[in-house]
Design a protein around this ligand. Structure first.
Ligand SMILES: C[S@@+](CC[C@H](N)C(=O)[O-])C[C@H]1O[C@@H](n2cnc3c(N)ncnc32)[C@H](O)[C@@H]1O
Length: 314
């Protein structure tokens, strides 16, 4: 690719910036650089005296942003997994951190231009890795996992009703000698697995199965689960953490993490008074998740599933 073509339309940008509220001279981490939309907005606010470290697993995103960063001495771009945010902060000697933002999932570039098979609408290799140096891609997963394991992935991460039929069809075709390498082959297997009355809805099932595979290939839920407590730990008191997610399972992880730390007291509800003495560790800034406005939805339909939650460390 031409690295200058790395494109992503940032989602909920104004809302994120309003909640993390970067000030001149402050120190921030953008855990998911992507097309650098959030990073550049943060840089404009923190100015030359501030510092920003931006992280992405995707070498295409990193290379593209490094070109932009040539002029910015105060912007470090790191190819890493955000689940290692504690080590990254230590390595870059970030002693104080005023804000961390994560906009999880994939970029438009990864979906539309990368050729990695994230969409069933193009016939591409079944890759799906954000990190091209990771050994296990979607093809490996589809070959190495059992029927029961594939069914579980499709059901849990994709909420696909016909998970069992699809997993069975995949494994039966492989047993008959099919080398499953391309997205087009997978789409055909999904379509063939569906009962006749719902065959015309194959695109909906394919969207859910592709999403499930992508989540499994990239260990997306595990990464988020590891990231949240580490991000919270390294934030300074008064620092802000904002997370944009695109999947109900991810949003639930963020919500439960925030709720637990905001609760403070862990005494059973029938105790007449608190004996645990625990106090809240964070303040939730978004009672309900923030979603895209009508104007943003009209301009960018991909913003529809986005949910933004933010909290302030006490
Ligand atoms: C939705 S995009 C971010 C877009 C960005 N906010 C912008 O304004 O352009 C998500 C990015 O996160 C990256 N990513 C996904 N999981 C990651 C992980 N565990 N560690 C680091 N980056 C990750 C993807 O490669 C992708 O570039």
């Amino acid at each position: 690719m031409d690295k200058q073509d790395y494109f992503h339309q940032p989602v909920l940008l104004q809302e994120v910036m309003g909640l993390i509220n970067p000030q001149p001279g402050e120190i921030f981490i953008d855990a998911t650089l992507g097309g650098a939309g959030y990073s550049q907005a943060i840089l404009r606010k923190i100015g030359k005296k501030g510092r920003l470290v931006s992280i992405d697993l995707d070498s295409d995103a990193v290379e593209s942003a490094r070109r932009l960063a040539q002029q910015n001495q105060n912007w470090n771009i790191v190819q890493e997994n955000f689940r290692n945010i504690d080590k990254i902060a230590e390595k870059h000697k970030l002693n104080q951190i005023h804000g961390i933002v994560a906009d999880i999932g994939f970029s438009s570039y990864e979906l539309d231009q990368s050729g990695r098979g994230l969409s069933f609408q193009k016939d591409e290799p079944l890759d799906m890795r954000f990190d091209q140096s990771q050994p296990e891609d979607a093809r490996f997963l589809l070959t190495s996992r059992s029927e029961a394991e594939l069914e579980k992935i499709f059901r849990e991460y994709g909420e696909e009703k016909f998970s069992r039929q699809i997993a069975r069809r995949i494994k039966a075709s492989q047993a008959d000698g099919l080398k499953l390498h391309k997205t087009g082959q997978l789409y055909e297997l999904i379509q063939a697995a569906l009962p006749k009355p719902v065959k015309h809805k194959a695109a909906d099932s394919a969207r859910r199965v592709f999403q499930a595979l992508r989540i499994a290939v990239n260990h997306e839920l595990e990464n988020l689960q590891d990231f949240l407590p580490k991000a919270f730990d390294i934030l300074s008191a008064g620092g802000r953490l904002a997370v944009v997610s695109f999947h109900s399972l991810e949003d639930r992880i963020v919500k439960e993490f925030f709720n637990q730390l905001a609760k403070g007291c862990i005494c059973p509800p029938d105790f007449p008074q608190c004996v645990c003495g625990k106090s809240p560790l964070l303040k939730i800034l978004t009672k309900k998740p923030v979603t895209a406005s009508e104007a943003e939805l009209a301009a960018n339909s991909r913003s529809r599933p986005a949910k933004l939650r933010a909290a302030l460390k006490l």
